[in-house]
Design a protein around this ligand. Sequence first.
Ligand SMILES: [Ca+2]
Length: 301
Amino acid sequence: MIQLLIDTDVGGDVDDAFAIALAALSNRINLIAITTSTGNTINRVKIASKLVKTLNKNPEIVAGIGNFHTIKNQDHTTTNRQNNATELILRLSHKYPNNLIIAGIAPLTNIAHALKKDSTLPKRIKKLVVLGGFMNQPKINGKQQQVPLGFEYNLCTDLKALDLILKAKFNFFLLLGDYTFIKKAQWTKQELKRLYANNQPIILKLIAMKKIWDKTLEKKIRSAHLPKQLVKHWLNDIILIEYLINPDFFEIKKVKINFEIKNNKYPLLKKVQDGYPINIIKPVKYRNLKKDILDQLINKV
Ligand SMILES: [Ca+2]
């Protein structure tokens, strides 16, 4: 059984809500805790609590660093400085030594704070699995294009946190945007139809959240002058949780990476000889993994 803590920015992109539901429903995962990252983290706690309550699950849920306090700007005093996430991450790492998996599906600020407080944390964490980053410029409209800043949040919002985490020798697994922002990794119409045909309380809740997000995404993409082709039904965070549940649909590649910040452009990750060793999670069976996710969500497993 996987002992899991999810660090999430649920309440924005709906993929977090699906990812939490999938983890809570899985009989391979014991969802012990949820910590919230970025922005109004207290509101995110409320949203996560309602979600898991629908499933009669009771993980510990606490707020982390909020209002864009990156690890650099941690001394800002004006907004939420609640930092229960750091304490919870450290406490659970002692309670489940070498057995706790942390899934990072949000900017890495909370995890970096825990690390700053106790540099021995990586020794007690079984795996740190994270969604984020690009190694290659994504194809938009069939053409390779510069990753728009603000398109991928988890790594680029808090690069100092990423830097600390890479240096810290976690057993680090990364699912890249290269593998999740592609056509194969979107919900198809048929898949969504299957989801919408279900009327379990959790599915109704997820669908309601998804409808709100679909509208928000469209507005966000438009106001950021990003290509409207980015308004799609992305699975993103959900795929990371599926990796934990069914690693058979994925390949792991060991690489050494680092990143470079150039001219305020999106910091691509690069394979370099003297880089930090990480494990890249590469989905290889998209259709199977999406079917498996749906089966679990609508309780057909
Ligand atoms: Ca997220």
